[in-house]
Design a protein around this ligand. Structure first.
Ligand code: NAG
Ligand code: NAG
Length: 155
């Protein structure tokens, strides 16, 4: 019984420790956007060929066009826009909303999200997992920050 308890305890610790991204084995892995090889992420291009533009994106100051049925526009900055985001487990986005605009409920199964409001007022929330399924929501104002925990449905 003692051994079983110890095993379960070690298993819990181990599963907790392995629940984060692994440390990178190199300075960076700039995505080779044209490789046809499939790996967990994108293939690295030769680090000697990396340039400043692989680490750069311009244009997040420009408002998105919200003239659409949702009244919102997401401008993502992920590995498709900055090749160097490959393997880092992080990305960024700008979202513009028309008055009354929406970003419907969705999830990022492997990503926690943190947002801040630059202008206006935004009603946000997420739903906890089964069996509770509790809505945790709040109205945010300019300067407020809110977190959507990994994997939970949010809007
Ligand atoms: C915004 O999108 C609408 C609908 O697609 C289009 O008619 C309009 O010209 C766009 N406005 C700008 C500034 O691009
Ligand atoms: C990578 O390819 C996609 C589509 O094939 C393209 O939309 C994107 O702009 C490319 N990204 C870079 C950084 O070249």
């Amino acid at each position: 019984m003692k051994l079983l308890v110890l095993t379960v305890f070690l298993y819990l610790i181990a599963s907790h420790i392995s629940a984060s991204d692994p440390s990178p084995l190199q300075d960076f892995c700039v995505a080779d956007n044209y490789s046809k090889v499939f790996v967990n992420g994108k293939v690295c291009k030769d680090p000697k060929l990396a340039t400043a533009n692989d680490f750069f994106f311009a244009g997040l100051d420009k408002p998105g066009n919200t003239s659409n049925p949702l009244g919102s526009k997401v401008n993502p900055v992920n590995v498709m826009q900055i090749s160097k985001l490959n393997t880092l487990g992080i990305s960024l986005a700008r979202i513009d909303f028309a008055p009354g605009g929406k970003n419907p409920p969705h999830t990022h199964p492997r990503g926690t999200e943190i947002i801040t409001v630059l202008e206006g007022t935004l009603y946000v929330g997420f739903v906890t997992s089964n069996p509770e399924n509790r809505l945790i929501s709040k109205t945010l104002n300019k300067g407020d920050v809110f977190v959507f925990p990994e994997g939970l449905i949010h809007f």
